[in-house]
Design a protein around this ligand. Sequence first.
Ligand code: THU
Length: 143
Amino acid sequence: MSAAASPTPMLTQLDALRVIAEAARANAWCPYSHFPVGAALESDDGRIFAGCNVENASYPAGTCAERVALGAAVSAGARRFTRVVITSAALEPTPPCGICRQALVEFAPMLEVIAITPHGLIARWSLADLLPVPFTPASLENA
Ligand code: THU
């Protein structure tokens, strides 16, 4: 067979983000909600940090996938981010919750937020649209 007849498909960075988010989702600890979520956060130097939701018998102690990914990223020295990919098993793309929007805006007000379903349905938002009037470090200076 000629090599040119069936070129090997290239994996894009978005594909990589999705695969990493899905791998993290497989590790979600969500015995209370039964709603596994995976996140893959891309830093501006191209690194990818994964997170899954980690629930707790004391329900408010649970954490979302996005904030787990953010914690991993900041712990590794990353502070500027370009994209986050969120995956869940829901039929509609899962947007980040309000707490995660607030956590992310601290580092990446212009973040691109991409939610992908297992069937490949994609939604894209700007974090600036999802959280139009954010409380930021600058807000603390107005006291
Ligand atoms: N959850 C996330 O991890 N990320 C989201 O974007 C939405 C919600 C988690 C929190 C909780 O463990 C479960 O999904 C149900 O709300």
